[in-house]
Ligand binder design. Sequence first.
Ligand code: KG4
Ligand code: ZN
Length: 354
Amino acid sequence: MSAPAAASPRCRVLGIETSCDETSAAVVEGAGDDVTLRSLVILSQDVHRLFGGVVPEIASRAHLASIEPVVARALADAGLTLAELDAVAVTHGPGLVGALLVGVSYGKAIAFGAGVPVVGVHHMEGHLFATALEHADAVPPFTALLVSGGHTLLLDVEAWGRYRLLGATRDDAAGEAFDKVAKLLGLPYPGGRLVEQLAREGNPARYRLPRPMLRGNQRPGDDDYFDVSFSGLKTAVLGAVKAAPDLGAAKAHIARAFQDALVETLVEKTVRAVRLHDRDRVVLGGGVACNQALASAMRSRLEPRGVRVFTPSPRLATDNAAMIARAGLFRFEQGERAGLELNAYASLRMPGLV
Ligand code: KG4
Ligand code: ZN
């Protein structure tokens, strides 16, 4: 009789995220894909609204002021002390380098003090893992569309840690395009959510904006088959704004036309990726995954083909440390340990690209 397989030990990982304008800490506990979120604290830096965008130096200083209480609160909510952790996972890139340095330095210091190992996590790999915290089936193999303020990535995820980069943006990220369009329409930063709200009141037939990098005659292997580009779309919005005799009356229609063009492009590229790799699951991640028009367009195109679409709740879609702890737990289980020389990087290649 063969011995039953030994269950892998459950790990407790503290995650720290400070790559942009959220100071966040979280604790997860589990093994493999059986992972539970024990606590999550997110402190958003509202101050940047005054400037219409994130001011890096202000972000670093705000992280410095809040990192200690945020981490303490995440540990207290989880009912754990530092010494009871198996690892500290911290975002070490990509992002604002000064902001990242606060999390990296703090994470290393508390881990060193408690005698616990540190794991460096790539911010976008964190976004990839976020949905799995809420949906047990949002695990590989799947097609992933990561749409945040800084990145737009279309990936085929064969297994955790094995990622095929199919496409990316050639210029603005999807969230960045939303934020820039929000600014053109006179909305405050970050404007993605507000553009979506405005678009609900818009008439889709009033404006027709271009679908960049989307042609019916593109074939797999063409270098624009999976890539996207949003700067031309933003320029088209600017043209519509300038030409509108009464912007107040036109702006909901412009928002709707912009969102429709962006959503149709992202959905079409994702469908191509699903088809090419014959996947039956799609996982969305990043702040733009909060967008209901994107999620429902994705579902209505893919569900009739038997493909399930998983989206994270807004709290886990936008920047948070739960996703960093979750990705860190995977990296920790792979045997990864960072030394105290772990550094912060403004740009960083995603690990596991095949
Ligand atoms: O992932 P995230 O929190 O930060 C980065 O890693 O960049 O994404 C933030 C982005 C912002 O550009 C924000 O405007 C956008 O996500 N966003 C949305 C929505 N909610 C947040 N974009 C469109 N529709 C939304 N509902
Ligand atoms: Zn992010």
